[in-house]
Design a protein around this ligand. Structure first.
Ligand SMILES: *[C@@H]1O[C@H](CO)[C@@H](O)[C@H](O)[C@H]1NC(C)=O
Ligand SMILES: CC(=O)N[C@H]1CO[C@H](CO)[C@@H](O)[C@@H]1O
Ligand SMILES: [Zn+2]
Length: 709
């Protein structure tokens, strides 16, 4: 699963029941979409017979008892196959009796597992969601026990040692099987293996504690209304008032962001930034120190020189030295630009507050100020140009023209809520079905709260030659309003939808043979790249006009000036913003290189170095409140920047000058999207680009776009 911060903002308005994608984009005159975009209307009221999706083994709407029974059947079957593999004599191992049964088991069981697990995200019934959680626990426990089976490991190892000829994808698959076993210490002595398990449990406990401390931190500050000057009245009204009119500002991100962006009083900003940077300093610094030490020991036991190398060994970046070089290169290449950006902000502060020194607490405030002065971007008004159906049909149109795909809505498919829509994806030229996806767009009670794409069935090619097609689910968090106008999207939601559709396209176009390599969760450094590539279409006038139209007259797309502003806005102060992110990524990488890094000193040292001499705020320690390095992104925080950089390389080199070039699009589809996790990502990208991927294009593009401001 994959989640996005961008999709969380709300939008309003309602999609009328029974409505369908209007197959006309804003620049209606530009396009004759209606004919080419075969999106069938469907009508909820006419739902006579529910249709099954042929070739889809994901089961919708299983009742509670069925979910639990299915989980038991999955486990029993899996156990049977594992036992059979384990019983193969070591001198009789072949691809057919060891690897094939495991690969086909995975491919067949995955959609069934998802039939049990996915209801917990989307079901409208509390009971079903609970059963789903319970089923998941059972299945997880079983999967975890399988990955610790020494008997199976030994057979797989014996097979690998035999050196039977295999294609590169199969070889890679065998390596992955072995890696998973060995990450559980199966190649170690029993005592060391126990130690691995013990350390892993300790890591889980400590990272949980770190995040728990942050979540339960209840620190707040009190300010008078004067001290909060600059904040909008509607915001002040939401603050709790304590005695003598003082207002309570918590350290929740929406409070902190509002103060840092809008509060005119430098002292208030500083106090909020400092208090925020001291959160959990007493507790979490020691938790993180211990966590890093335990991780280091864990990685050493498994034969890696440090935890970073353990975390990176199966990622595109591969080694920590490569990551450090990458981050330092980005940071130093952007220094000149960032200096220029900072000079603008410093000048503005001088005008507004006199000779006071500029500090990090001033960054957001003055950035916001310049942006308000320079760009006439009213995001509230911009929404009027993004009715959901228009945006969707624009997205489909772009995917169709670029990648040779055709989307068709399936009427009367079985779904878990009447808002959910289902689409088939076809290859435009051959008419071959490539896959299906469910679109569950609107927030509702009990539904999972993130925007993401969930794999329901992975594409794969069985030994018999039968292809299983991929089935995906796109969950987003759009707000359905009770009103008569169509649902309107905020710009951030438009970008987020584009991003997620990038994942869907990648998933649909994947031609890997092994289910394991056809997911949307393969190498995380690689898998985000196509989605980031697609985001670029949201900032180009040509495509923006394609996906927009004033909601009361969709033939009127957004104006050229606004398109230009959006692009400039994207690059405004982007060097400074990126450097700030690089700072945290460097910290995350360096602490995972050894067991004795002084995490307090490290931040103090890195801060002025990366942030152009700006010192860290006195007495704070960001290390105590940086949950990404504690859980989920440890030693891999860099990955977001990584994807963005190589996506920019691809977009700028191949697509920027011809946004709907199907030739290039088809090459991207076959050389990149189709490959999935079956091949080395650097090889994949080099094949497409005709050279190794490089950070230069990203940097040059950033400098060029910023100078145009
Ligand atoms: C299918 O894809 C998902 C999501 O990318 C992945 O988590 C899962 O491991 C894959 N399934 C199999 C059977 O490998
Ligand atoms: C290792 C460590 O210092 N843990 C502390 C983290 O913070 C909690 C309180 O929130 C303490 O109870 C732990 O001892
Ligand atoms: Zn993503």
């Amino acid at each position: 699963m994959e989640s996005e911060a961008t999709g969380e903002k709300k939008l309003s308005n309602k999609l009328k029941k029974g409505s369908y994608i209007v197959p006309v984009a804003g620049a209606a005159a530009l396009l004759t979409l209606a004919a080419s975009l075969a999106i069938t209307a469907f009508n909820h009221r006419r739902n006579s017979k529910r249709k099954d999706l042929s070739g889809c083994n994901f089961r919708v709407n299983l009742p509670t008892s069925e979910i639990l029974k299915l989980a038991d059947r999955i486990i029993a079957k899996s156990k049977e196959v594992h036992d059979a593999v384990a019983s193969v004599p070591l001198d009789k191992v072949t691809y057919k009796n060891v690897i094939l049964p495991l690969a086909e088991l995975e491919a067949q069981q995955f959609p069934l597992v998802q039939s049990c697990v996915v209801p917990k995200f989307v079901s409208t019934s509390d009971k079903v969601r609970k059963a789903s959680v319970e089923a998941e626990k059972k299945i997880d426990a079983h999967v975890s026990s399988c990955s610790k089976r020494e008997d199976v490991y030994r057979v797989v190892k014996a097979f690998a040692a035999k050196g039977e000829w295999m294609g590169p994808e199969a070889r890679h698959y065998v390596q992955c099987l072995i890696r998973d076993f060995e990450r559980n210490g199966l190649d170690l002595t029993a005592t060391k293996r126990e130690e691995v398990q013990r350390l892993r449990a300790q890591i889980d406990e400590l990272s949980f504690q770190y995040v728990h401390n942050l979540n339960y931190d209840a620190t707040y500050l009190l300010f008078s209304e004067n001290e909060l000057a600059g904040l909008p009245t509607e915001f002040l009204k939401t603050l709790e008032e304590v005695e003598n009119g003082m207002l309570k500002v918590t350290l929740k991100s929406n409070h902190v962001a509002a103060v840092l962006e809008l509060c005119k009083i430098g002292k208030t900003r500083r106090l909020v930034a400092m208090t925020c940077g001291k959160r959990c300093a007493k507790t979490n610094l020691s938790v993180l120190e211990e966590l890093v030490q335990v991780r280091h020991r864990f990685a050493r036991l498994l034969g890696y020189s440090n935890y970073a190398d353990y975390a990176l060994s199966f990622r595109m970046a591969k080694t920590s030295s490569k990551v450090l070089e990458f981050l330092e290169d980005i940071s130093s290449s952007l220094s000149d630009l960032a200096h220029k950006e900072l000079a603008v902000l410093k000048e503005l502060k001088k005008q507004e507050e006199g000779e006071l020194p500029f500090g990090v607490e001033d960054l957001l405030y003055y950035v916001k100020k310049v942006e308000q002065q320079e760009f006439d971007l009213d995001f509230g008004a911009l929404k009027q140009y993004f009715p959901v159906n228009l945006v969707l049909s624009g997205i489909f149109k772009i995917h169709q023209d670029l990648f040779g795909l055709r989307f068709e809505e399936i009427a009367n498919a079985d779904v878990w809520h009447s808002d959910v829509r289902v689409f088939s994806v076809f290859d435009l030229s051959s008419g071959e079905i490539l896959g299906y996806f469910y679109l569950d767009m609107y927030t509702r009670e009990g539904k999972y709260g993130q925007t993401c794409v969930v794999a329901l069935q992975n594409g794969s090619l069985a030994f018999s030659g039968a292809r299983q097609i991929p089935v995906a689910l796109l969950i987003s968090q759009l707000q359905k309003d009770i009103g008569s106008t169509p649902s309107l999207l905020r710009f951030s939601e438009v970008v987020s939808l584009f991003h997620e559709f990038g994942h869907v396209a990648q998933y649909m176009c994947n031609r890997a043979s092994f289910s394991r390599f056809s997911g949307v969760r393969v190498d995380p450094d690689f898998v985000e790249i196509p989605a980031h590539v697609l985001e670029h279409w949201c900032y180009e006038s040509f495509s923006l006009k394609l996906i927009s139209g004033f909601h009361q007259d969709i033939t009127k797309p957004i104006k050229e000036e606004i398109c230009k502003s959006l692009k400039r806005w994207r690059y405004s102060f982007s060097a400074l913003k990126l450097k700030q992110e690089v700072l945290y990524c460097l910290f995350d990488q360096i602490i995972h290189l050894a067991d004795n890094v002084d995490i307090v000193e490290l931040f103090k040292h890195l801060h002025p170095k990366v942030m152009l001499g700006l010192p860290m705020l006195e007495g704070i320690n960001p290390a105590s409140c940086f949950p990404r390095c504690a859980i989920g992104y440890e030693a891999s925080c860099y990955s977001r920047i990584w994807s963005e950089v190589f996506a920019a390389d691809i977009f700028t080199t191949k697509f920027r000058d011809d946004l709907l070039n199907q030739n290039v699009g088809m090459q991207f589809r076959t050389k990149v999207l189709a490959q999935g996790g079956a091949k080395d990502p650097v090889e994949i990208l080099s094949d497409f680009l005709g050279r190794e991927p490089s950070i230069r294009t990203f940097i040059d593009n950033k400098i060029e776009c910023s100078l145009r401001q």
